[in-house]
Design a protein around this ligand. Sequence first.
Ligand code: ADP
Ligand code: MG
Length: 327
Amino acid sequence: PQLANQIAAGEVVERPASVIKELVENSLDAGATDIHIDVEKGGSKLLRVRDNGQGIAKDELTLALSRHATSKIHDFADLAHIVSLGFRGEALASISSVSRLTLTSRPASQDAAWQAMAEGRDMAVQIKPAAHPVGTSIEVLDLFFNTPARRRFLKSDKTEFSHIEELVKRLALSRDDVSWTLTHNGQLVRQLKAVTDDAGRQRRIQQLCGRSFAQSACYVESQYEQMQLSGWILPAAACSAQLQCQYSYVNGRMMRDKLLNHAIRQAYAEMLAPEALPAFVLYLQIDPEQVDVNVHPAKHEVRFHQARLVHDFVFSALSQMLTQTAQ
Ligand code: ADP
Ligand code: MG
């Protein structure tokens, strides 16, 4: 089974940023509202995610680390309307198969925390008492220590950390009700407070996408049947290669979806100067039954059951807004 984990790790764990993505998605699935991310040496030495989510009970710790163990899907029918970010039960098993992983957790129902450790192939999980507030910390040391070919494939600390920074930006844009802290080699890199009002929302978009984007972007909100589109788009006239900011989310998941990108580009097509790029932060909410997220292990793509309808809705909502702002 450990070999299978290492193979699966190749799909889920490409680099330090992909570990952070899996860990943070677990924190969000656990209802966390405060997430701390600590990184050392671009993540090759240490990756740590600490959350204040619901925690993992002592007798489930070992299970959380084993393959295909997920607490999020109970039967086949659940697959049709996935609302959690994770559902494969593969991430922790994969990550621990290529690192030294420590999982420390305390659910509100326990007055003490417990810790489980797994190291590479041996996977002899030991459990011992630990100190931790309600929530979970996962520490990943020496990523790829036992797969030297993959370790050599890592880029410089600076490059790996820039991937992490970009990821945290995408995540922070997806959930403004969560506080985020990011450190690298002990230095604070980002601190974002949970948003509670419009001023806070404006501040966060400015912190993440820059002042010029925040100042010129228009807020979009549109609804059709079971679909809702909201977010910010830059009027075509304000778009430039410098103000690049292209983020889209489907039901809170970060996406690089072809269909959405196409609809967005098409809405801008007529109006955009040749050297300019569309800039947007868009959130599409759609009935989970209408979208299949089980397409790709890293979950960047989705499949819409009514692709045409989704495309046309996004296109017309945006082109309406862009035409208005062009006048
Ligand atoms: P998946 O997210 O697909 O269920 P993972 O391997 O990522 O699989 O996680 C396995 C299980 O461990 C999850 O289903 C969840 O029950 C538990 N878990 C992992 N991280 C956390 C966390 N931060 N807080 C609470 N539970 C967690
Ligand atoms: Mg997960």
